[in-house]
Design a protein around this ligand. Structure first.
Ligand code: ADP
Ligand code: ASP
Ligand code: MG
Length: 414
């Protein structure tokens, strides 16, 4: 991403769906943006679709087609953000703050040639810098981009407006990217599930990326990846309490005196796939996972069971949103590896304990399993890395599991 030369560093702010859900809220956001404009030089604002618009559009698509074509779905879903951006630009203009709205295409957001979860590969921010020089606030429709050579519309994956904002902050050389949302920052667990979850004043990119990747929806994982790659600090803060400090996501957070566990994340919309009776020989895992990777399906929590009589079972978890595609691929996959069958359990959830060095810390894993056992929550698969331990649990016990783990590590305390 090439940064423009000269000029002051612009401010980049992003407002999520709840923050722009109604015209009254858009007006309120406009007032905050106008204030930021008075304090800073250039202001770039990224907006999400209003309220539950994206879910509503997805629902409409599914009513017309059991498996809507990805290209058309992207064309449809992008309209949510396309509506918010001009509305906010108008609200700003009404306050006497000159503003211009830009689509992903106009803002120079170029993506890889994939639909639904396209990666940003380049940002060409010339139009944005031109508009900033004219003294206008630039309002960019989040979540959408275009394939560089065909100009086909793409979307960045659910929650992807965060990624638009951080990519623009990186490309424009902004000092910080402000993510305004409906909670007061990043918490030790989803504050809607754990009433006494604690707001984290600061968190490092590594831990934030891990939390986001395993379900902490407050930031899109790719936004954190881009922020880390370009050393852009992210401030997650509340639209409704704009004076709050929020949470600063940075490379080197100020170290708090604390234990190793940073937070608990959970993902309720996942499913477990088991390929049963797989011949236990080299190359089988590659044969199972390569076609999934080629289809753009990300797989987590892979477990290969102990083999019996030369046969083994391989289980993994996937996002529930990928199940349609998985169902299409399974017959061919089962045949390719000579397995007996494949089964899908769509009623599971994942809970994860995240913190730098958790696995190497004596007792962290034991405490997790004890806390779940005390609640009589049955653990399915367990996977661990240096920075997290994840267990699958029955979906209807996921929230109990998060609360039990939060208590077990006393995360409500500093
Ligand atoms: P926006 O529309 O502003 O992008 P999102 O719904 O995508 O908002 O993300 C904010 C939501 O993330 C919160 O309402 C909260 O329920 C959820 N969330 C999950 N985990 C966390 C966490 N650790 N800290 C804060 N919020 C979290
Ligand atoms: N509107 C999109 C979604 O609901 C993108 C976003 O809000 O970040 O996923
Ligand atoms: Mg979001």
């Amino acid at each position: 991403m090439t940064q423009p030369q000269g000029g002051e560093r612009p401010v980049v702010q992003k407002y999520g769906g709840t923050s722009v859900a109604t015209l009254a809220r858009i007006r309120r956001v406009a007032a905050s943006v106008a204030e930021a404009r008075r304090a800073a030089g250039g202001v770039v604002v990224v907006v999400s679709a209003m309220g539950a618009t994206t879910d509503r559009l997805l629902g409409q698509a599914r009513r017309l087609h059991p498996r809507p074509p990805a290209r058309e779905l992207d064309a449809l879903l992008a309209t949510g953000e396309t509506v918010t951006a001009p509305l906010l630009a108008m609200a700003l203009d009404a306050l006497g703050t000159p503003a211009v709205s830009l689509s992903g295409l106009q803002a120079g957001i170029r993506t890889a040639p994939h639909h639904r979860r396209a990666r940003i590969v380049d940002v060409v921010p010339q139009r944005i810098t031109d508009e900033l020089e004219r003294g206008r606030v630039v309002v960019v429709a989040g979540f959408q981009g275009v394939i560089a050579d065909t100009l086909e519309t793409t979307t960045l994956g659910r929650g992807g407006s965060d990624t638009t904002a951080v990519a623009l902050a990186a490309a424009l050389g902004a000092g910080v990217c402000d993510i305004f949302t409906d909670v007061r920052g990043v918490y030790s667990a989803d504050p809607r599930v754990v009433a006494d979850a604690r707001r984290l004043p600061e968190i490092g990119y590594d831990e934030m990326l891990e939390l986001a990747a395993v379900g902490a929806a407050v930031l899109h994982p790719r936004a954190v990846e881009i922020a880390a790659a370009h050393a852009v600090p992210i401030r997650v803060r509340s639209t409704f309490h704009p004076r709050d400090q929020g949470t600063l996501v940075v490379r080197e957070p100020t170290v708090e005196p604390r234990q190793k566990v940073r937070g608990i994340a959970h993902q309720e919309d996942c499913a477990k796939v088991t390929v049963v009776g797989v011949p236990d020989r080299p190359g089988i895992a590659a044969a199972i996972f390569s076609p999934l990777a080629a289809a753009g399906i990300s797989v987590d929590a892979i477990v290969q069971n102990v083999g019996h009589a030369g046969l083994t079972d391989v289980s993994f978890t996937v996002a529930a949103a990928d199940l349609d595609q998985i169902h299409d691929l399974l017959p061919q996959l089962v045949a390719a590896v000579g397995a007996a069958e494949a089964t899908v359990d769509a009623a599971i959830a994942k809970v994860s304990v995240v913190g730098t060095g958790v696995l190497g810390s004596p007792g962290v894993a034991a405490r997790m399993f004890r806390a779940l056992a005390d609640q009589r929550i049955n653990i399915g698969m367990i996977v661990a890395s240096e920075i997290r331990i994840t267990a699958t649990v029955p979906r209807d016990r996921a929230q109990d599991a998060v609360r039990a783990l939060h208590r077990a590590y006393e995360l409500e305390r500093l």
